[in-house]
Design a protein around this ligand. Structure first.
Ligand SMILES: [Mg+2]
Length: 174
């Protein structure tokens, strides 16, 4: 079973803090609202490398939903990716203090193993997922939103996929 690599946009690929010079600024218009995002092409390269090495599938797990394929993916050199529908933020339903995205993620992944990069995953989300029946193995990687995704987070993902034997990568990748 192919592991999934779930990607958030804001706070992961688009840091909330002051961007370093390797980020470029872009304007996006989503449903009539203009946004500014800062994106780093290296993210695209590194994520594709990780997906290839681990035999994993990249998936959007962001409130940008399908807009991420229009505004984010092409600027990072990523292909159009599958999208987890996030729907409205119905936080009132939360039972373990998990954020609304976490339930959507659980519905989507089924029993497939996954790594999830997000700036808003915390212990509550971990607890919710651990309590939920039928999920496969998973790793939540909390990415501090100020700086966004770094190679350290990608290394953690790669190591976990390898150690758990979930990596579907070819042997010459070792
Ligand atoms: Mg975020």
């Amino acid at each position: 079973m192919k592991p999934l690599l779930l990607l958030d946009v804001d706070g992961v690929l688009n840091p909330t803090g002051r961007p370093t010079p390797d980020f470029r600024r872009y304007r996006c218009t989503v449903d009539g609202t203009a946004y500014t995002v800062h994106l780093n092409q290296r993210h695209g390269v590194r994520l594709l490398e990780l997906a290839l090495a681990a035999g994993a599938e990249l998936v959007w797990a962001t409130t940008w939903e399908h807009h991420a394929n229009d505004w984010i993916a092409p600027r990072l050199g990523l292909p159009s990716l599958p999208v987890i529908a996030m729907g409205p933020d119905d936080r009132a339903v939360s039972r373990h203090g998990e954020m609304f995205k976490t339930r959507r993620v659980a519905d989507y992944v089924g029993d497939r193993p996954f790594v999830w990069f997000d700036d808003q995953v915390y212990q509550e989300d971990e607890n919710y997922l651990r309590a939920r029946q039928g999920l496969g193995e998973f790793l939540l990687i909390h990415v501090p939103g100020e700086a966004g995704l770094t190679s350290r987070h990608l290394d953690v993902a790669r190591e976990w996929l390898t150690l758990t034997g979930l990596s579907q990568g070819r042997s010459w990748e070792k």
